[in-house]
Ligand binder design. Structure first.
Ligand code: PLP
Length: 468
């Protein structure tokens, strides 16, 4: 490894390796940009002067610059200098590192929203107005079920958008669905001591883990093309994702919704409805929440993580009347309250229809991203039959099934990691890995806009290489 100060034109300190000239220049510049050492707008030496300084051919430097331009790290305009076009502190960094310790260049893992898209100014405006109008009593310990402003705004919003039957009194504010599940686990331990809960198989591993850590025994809830099927299970509750099953992407059929509710009534069981991205169907109107079919049996759980940000940490439960007191009292001891600035800010955002506008904008963006992903997969399917996207078009992730005769999911994830692309295998969602068809769960919400094309190209490269 050598370090060079270039001596003409502009100075640039960059670590390079003689044996992998282009790749090492690319890596060195990328790391310098991602770490903020080369700030947004910094002018780089021309390819000619850098090539002279390094004693390399100009083509090698140009190739490295071109790759960084297509990845969104650099900007070049005809006739003017190449500059850094990436702001690491805002929208683009992926904090964790690859197994080899370098930062991820591309990320298609599910579960995150575009980091750069939080509407800071708008949020501050709504929060400011809400706090200025709040009565002095708002700044006390408050009701552990949440502020009346947010619960009232949510009751109206959820009725209008998700078909939910709720009064503000049946709503409990949480710090997102994950916290809501720990809360419900504590409630179930009181109301159904010694009983188990069934979580979807495949299903969201993190929530399975959260429930297990809360001390509830867990059994698998089978999922087929109609959604989760609880027949034959003897459990106190099931956790389901009816609008957009995670990860298979199926929407629960009307017949299965009816049989699920009938099963719950027949077994005196509760249904916890995880509606994480219920508003974000992007090919047609979303199906109404299951809660509307059985408000006495279904605990509805929603979140602002998908439409606003997972960092804001706010969600909501709509609870059957018979459970309102127990859930509220349990929340008093677990969390007490989501902070007042978030609650009042969100109430203002919802009641001024800014939440609707944001959901609508996200749907449009995700529809476009899905189409680009789907176009890539169509070309891959021609060479590798059996590779296909499945599930409805909703939210920010889609399962990609892989030809069973090909390399293992783990091999593909490892191969992708070697070029800085983060992927998640479908097996992560299974109660028993290996028991479901092989695939990847592609989260297309995360990359910044200008990185999306390059991210899909990286995915295409990895899949072609692995299946060739
Ligand atoms: C299936 C599912 N439910 C819920 C959530 C959101 O959880 P939280 O509200 O705790 O952010 C996610 C986030 O990725 C999810 O994948």
């Amino acid at each position: 490894m050598a370090e060079f100060w270039t001596t003409s034109g502009l100075d640039l300190l960059v670590a390079t390796q003689r044996s992998r000239r282009r790749a090492s220049l690319e890596d060195g510049l990328r790391q310098a940009i991602e770490s903020g050492r080369l700030a947004y707008g910094t002018r780089l030496p021309s390819s000619r002067s850098l090539a002279d300084d390094l004693g390399w051919s100009r083509g090698t430097v140009t190739a490295a610059y071109d790759q960084l331009i297509s990845d969104g790290y650099l900007h070049a305009r005809q006739g003017s200098a190449t500059v850094v076009g990436f702001r690491p502190d805002r929208s683009n960094t992926v904090a964790e590192a690859t197994p080899s310790g370098t930062p991820w260049r591309y990320d298609l893992r599910p579960g995150t929203t575009p980091i750069g898209s939080f509407p800071v100014e708008e949020w501050l405006r709504h929060q400011g107005s809400a706090l200025r109008d709040a009565p002095p009593t708002a700044f006390g310990y408050g009701d552990p079920a949440g502020t009346i402003e947010l619960r009232t705004a949510l009751a109206a919003y959820l009725g209008r958008v998700r078909g939910i039957r709720a009064s503000p009194e049946t709503i409990v504010i949480t710090a997102g669905i994950t916290q809501a599940l720990s809360l419900l686990a504590a409630v179930l331990r009181q109301t159904h001591p010694g009983r188990t809960i069934a979580t979807e198989d495949p299903g969201f591993w993190f929530h399975r883990d959260a429930l297990a850590r809360s001390g509830l025994p867990i059994v698998p809830l089978p999922v087929d093309q109609e959604g989760a099927d609880p027949q034959g299970l003897d459990v106190a509750a099931v956790l389901v994702t009816p609008a957009h099953q995670y990860p298979t992407g199926v929407t629960m059929s009307p017949a299965r919704r009816r049989s699920l509710v009938a099963w719950a009534r027949g077994n005196d069981a509760l249904i916890i409805e995880d509606d994480y991205d219920g508003e974000l169907r992007h090919d047609r109107r979303p199906v109404p929440a299951l809660q509307a079919d059985a408000p006495d049996r279904v605990i509805f759980a929603g979140t602002a993580s998908k439409a606003l940000s997972p960092a804001v940490r706010v969600g909501w439960l709509v609870v059957p009347e018979a459970l309102v007191d127990t859930v509220g009292q349990t929340q008093r001891h677990l969390l007490h309250n989501v902070d007042i600035t978030t609650q009042l800010g969100l109430a203002h955002v919802i009641s001024h229809h800014a939440y609707d506008q944001r959901v609508r904008a996200i749907r449009v963006a995700y529809r476009r991203r899905y189409q680009q992903l789907s176009a890539l997969v169509s070309t891959l399917t021609e060479s590798f039959p059996g590779m296909r996207l499945v599930g409805v078009r909703a939210g920010g992730q889609a399962p990609l099934l892989l030809p069973p005769a090909g390399p293992s999911e783990q091999d593909i994830v490892a191969s992708a990691a070697s070029e800085g692309l983060a992927l998640e295998e479908l097996a992560a969602s299974s109660h028993t890995p290996g028991s479901h068809p092989p695939g990847l769960l592609l989260g297309y919400a995360h990359p910044a806009d200008h990185r999306y094309h390059a991210t899909l190209q990286a995915l295409g490269r990895v899949l072609r290489r692995e299946f060739a």
